[in-house]
Design a binder for this molecule. Sequence first.
Ligand code: PRX
Length: 710
Amino acid sequence: MSAESTQSAEAEELQVSEAQIAVHWKEESHYYPPPQFIGQANASDPSIRDRFSEDKFPECFKEYADLLTWDQYWHTTLDTSNPPFWRWFVGGKLNASFNCVDRHVRTRPNQAALIFVPEPEDEETQAITYRELYRRVNETAAMLRDYAGLKAGDRVTLHMPMVPELPVVMLACARLGVIHSQVFAGFSGAACGGRISDSQSSVLITMDGYYRSGTLLDHKVKADEAVARAKEEGHEVDKVLVYRRHPGQYASQTPMVEGRDVFVDEIMPQFRDKLVDPVSLPAEAPLFIMYSSGTTGRPKGCQHSIGGYLAYVTGTSKYYQDIHPEDTYWCAADIGWITGHSYIVYGPLSLGTTSVVYEGVPTYPDPGRPWRIAERLGVNIFHTAPTTIRMLRKVGPTEPKKYDYHFKHMTTVGEPIEPDVWRWYYEVVGKGEAVIVDTWWQTENGGFLCSTLPGLEPMKPGSAGPGVLGIYPVIYDENGEEVPKGSGRAGNICIRNPWPGIFQTIWGDPDRFVQTYYEKYNKDPKSTDWHDWPYFANDGATQAPDGYYRILGRVDDVINVAGHRLGTKELESAAILVDEVAEAAAVPVVDELRGRAVEMYISLKPGVAATPEVEEKVAKIIETEIGKVARPKNVWIVPDMPKTRSGKIMRRVIAGISNFTDVGDITTLANPEVVEEIRVHVHEVKQAKGEVAKLSEKEAEEIKAFGQAE
Ligand code: PRX
């Protein structure tokens, strides 16, 4: 075979994607929303679909923008002159903090805006009224401006746990026009440091400690690591503002650094009763950055706008979360993720409802905890992820029955939900009384993309539903041909049109923004017609005959662990920091609770012995570089990685081994003999550990398609 034909055989092999894999599974039946829900739903008039039909685009989104209070009304709904850098509500001016706080102080000052539930059950819950929130946000804004020297357009990194100070700081930033970048508290100091330097934040805001599973964790230590990592990357942090979980008592062992670190509770008295006027900002000014993983090593800073984003999360919170001001709404996600930004903080508060913030682990101290919280606070809208639902079902399958709470509405987000798990959620958690929305979307999107209108469209277990109002999805195959609905074939789900919640760019890397999301299906790079710029979501999907989309998972090298996006490249870059490691490959393994877990395959430098210590070093460095969520389930030391003749690691092959599925065709590999050797070893160990997975057909297909994006 000539070199050329070898290459083309490989190229062909690598191009086999989900689009070519037929999907066979049983169609689930529809469930209809309970009549008592329909009676009170925000979206109960079927004509709402017509108001958002494609011929009304983009003006249909005026309806969302009109849910906000504008300082200056906009003149252009959508400006497409510089695609795909869409501009929404051009000419408009507003302030997000004003919209989430001030305007409700006038109408419902004494209603709780936030209810904080500490993890320790003997610590009192804290209700923060809109008036009190207003006071705290103002004082904090004064502190950020006058002590930390922050002003509109500056970036500030937050590495805060699930405490009410987090939304207060976010809203204080928004008041000033300071762009916040909140990093999930579970991420390591190093991961936080990388995000500090990428966003060029001169201030880090953190907390000394917080509760997880009954332990007060030392969190301040991560701030020191973060500052050190940023410095290694050439970026200096001037100030570290440290909240204390218990004001006056320091929960960390690490010393405060003179001239850099300060306890917020010690300086706040200077700002008591200070008021800060909300800065009126262009709709197009950035509100925040949220980092997420993608195909390349470095996380991408997704930049979201004030006007478009806030309008979109307010509209979708109203119609899809069915939030009314008098509801008690609990989204059990973490504010460190986009779900928390959009659907704990900005959407719910913009609508003036009561949003619950729970500090800890849902199963602490026992699996009845979420239902006790729901009963005690009168929660009627509940929002969580499949990984939590699986866990609660496993450890407390009948717990919900013991508590007197009643949900009208429940949400699932972040991963595909198995129909069986969906049914438990519906019947046991929802007691058959609540409507469920399965919401598919991404960090990049600001808000929901596919789901069902809860009072108008039936639910279908395991399917997200049709495109939401004003969103027109399409499934394309690898060649850009549309995969018709009901064909039973999978392809790449794209959104044909722009929408107000879509992120504006990748912070500091507009080229990568265009390449990652638009290049693949762009019809003409010079065109200023939005029809030529479908948004490529990097997810595989199928569309059933009823038009509902079923999301299959990522088509790029991202592993979704318990709803957390982890990039294979990030994991691999961390692993090769271990001296002994020559090469590393990360693959997903189906996990009963977390959906997917990570397994690492590594080969060692010549002369290095394979020992459990090296395995542990790899697991440990992934924890320090990324965070505990990323800790691999297993680290496999292999004699050599299965590779193509051009030297590419075939992740699909090792993913097949880890999951006990077919490894596919290995005849084109440069070293096919190594596959059997790895398989025997991995299977032996896994069998001994009782980790033999039985995959569903859908899961097996996903594993088969893994790593094809390279
Ligand atoms: O693969 C999809 C999966 O989660 C990815 C987005 O992750 P992230 O940006 O962290 O945002 C999570 C919360 C919005 C998607 O590319 N995903 C998200 N929601 C669903 C889902 N997969 C199936 N069903 C969903 N409802």
